[in-house]
Ligand binder design. Structure first.
Ligand SMILES: CC(C)(COP(=O)(O)OP(=O)(O)OC[C@H]1O[C@@H](n2cnc3c(N)ncnc32)[C@H](O)[C@@H]1OP(=O)(O)O)[C@@H](O)C(=O)NCCC(=O)NCCS
Length: 167
């Protein structure tokens, strides 16, 4: 594989490719480009590049002080299983802007191995109780939310125990 490059420069993100791939993911269906623009603008975003072409994306939703939530971690299909996802998440955690963050979390349905290698552990804090406004007049939105809730209920909330334990 050509040299892997990691960048936090938002202007390098291939927005078209990233937004389209996320919309195809199991968690991103129903999202719009506008939603992604706003979400990316308010996150610490990372891009991974091979030969100048983007092959990975991820973001941390964070106060850059105490809390951070990893989201939209994705590697382009032809590049999966080569260690790129692991390096991407490690680089996000190591970014100087989030060096004081002590509470890292994320939820994932199936990629536990990626995060466990980096020190994340299943949360044992008990059930997560979330309140969300329901806009029942939009059937598509309602359907997306019900799907998301079901996935969330079946999902896996993991917390970086190593860091949390050092508090
Ligand atoms: C999940 C994803 C980001 C991982 O990136 P990647 O570059 O393929 O992962 P890595 O090559 O660094 O793999 C790290 C480890 O996690 C495992 N792994 C990767 N993806 C996995 C998945 N979906 N389910 C279970 N294990 C997975 C790998 O087998 C590897 O373990 P090993 O070193 O013991 O063989 C990538 O596969 C992807 O974009 N998948 C589609 C999107 C997705 O499902 N994201 C999960 C929600 S966060």
């Amino acid at each position: 594989m050509a040299t892997l490059e990691i960048s936090f420069d938002p202007s390098r993100i291939d927005f078209r490719a990233t937004s389209d791939l996320l919309k195809e993911s199991y968690w991103g269906s129903g999202r719009s480009d506008e939603l992604h623009r706003r979400a990316f603008a308010n996150s610490l975003c990372i891009g991974v590049y091979v030969g100048g072409n983007q092959v990975g994306f991820g973001r941390a939703i964070t106060d850059r002080t105490v809390f951070a939530y990893l989201a939209d971690i994705i590697v382009w299909p032809g590049y999966r299983g080569q260690g790129i996802g692991t390096r991407l998440v490690q680089a996000l955690i190591d970014h100087p802007d989030v060096k004081t963050v002590t509470h890292w979390s994320l939820s994932t349905n199936d990629a536990h191995a990626v995060y466990e290698k980096l020190g994340f552990r299943p949360s044992t804090d008990g059930p997560l109780y979330a309140l969300r406004p329901m806009r029942a007049h939009n059937p598509r939105l309602l359907q997306n939310r019900l799907t998301a809730w079901t996935r969330c209920a079946l999902g896996y909330l993991v917390t970086w125990r190593g860091v949390e334990a050092s508090l």
